[in-house]
Design a binder for this molecule. Sequence first.
Ligand code: SF4
Length: 328
Amino acid sequence: MKRVGFTTTIPVEIIFAAGKVPVDLNNIFITDNDPSAMADFAEDEGLPRNLCAWIKGIYSAVKSGAVDEVIAVTQGDCSNSHALAELFLSSGVKVHTFSYPFEKGRRYEALKYEMERFAESIGTTLSEGIKYAEKTNSVREKLRILDKMTTDGLVTGFENHLWLVTSTDFNTDHVRYEQELDDFITEASQREPAKDGLRIGFIGVPTIFSDIYSFIQGRGASVVFNEVQRQFSVPSVSDDYVQRYLEYTYPYDVFGRIEDISTQISNRRLDGIIHYVQSFCYRQIQDIIMKQRLECPILAIEGDGPGSIDNRTKIRIESFLEMLEAKK
Ligand code: SF4
């Protein structure tokens, strides 16, 4: 079966319905034994040094032959994806595109049309994709349970991050993924809930730091919310397949994200938020609006290449947690 790589969450059931294997290129990059070498490879090939590491990783994942075709999300993800798609096309890689409509007016119709166009490009129909979703609905429901267990202190922030971030392609096999998720939920439901400490939320793109969750946990705080990873799992409970991807906040304007985060601040009783921003990412600008509109203390931290947290960031996180503790 052909393996189809993608640059961010897309309606994955359409790929399964087309008889192809979905592969999230971000996960190939970050779970590699040596993700730094992948970023270096992209630079050796001529990609600029001042480019987001995720883009470099995606480039190297495709160049390594991990996938047969690529889906570039040309609106609603990252402006770098355009040039990346052009690079792939120019080296003979088959590229499909998917675009989330930015304009609010008639967004439902525009998204439905885009899903139909995309389905045709990949070799199926939207109706087949919707039918296929009957097979993944139960996994999505279990991911919502896992997320609730995180709020209840039974699942750690890192475990939550891992499960939700890999739900974009269900690790390429939703049947196996669901079985493993069942086992995990059974095991985690027998744990003692974590002791009540500071409750932290992560917002922004998934962090590139490998040890940030254990660092925060080691200081007695718990991460009980991973904003974008949760969105990647498409948490909507709507019966309407198109509507689910309309409620998925990540690809649209920042205000939908702020509404979602505000709800979670209250539902999950967050004491503070860490806004992770990636070096050279345009989304850094949104930090200004987040700080203006969210009613919760926010610390913005920035990461560049894959690896451990740098000492300066460690000190900033520690000071932030101390400040929250004193406030509590
Ligand atoms: S972190 Fe920002 S620049 Fe990097 S791929 Fe994601 S959206 Fe693009």
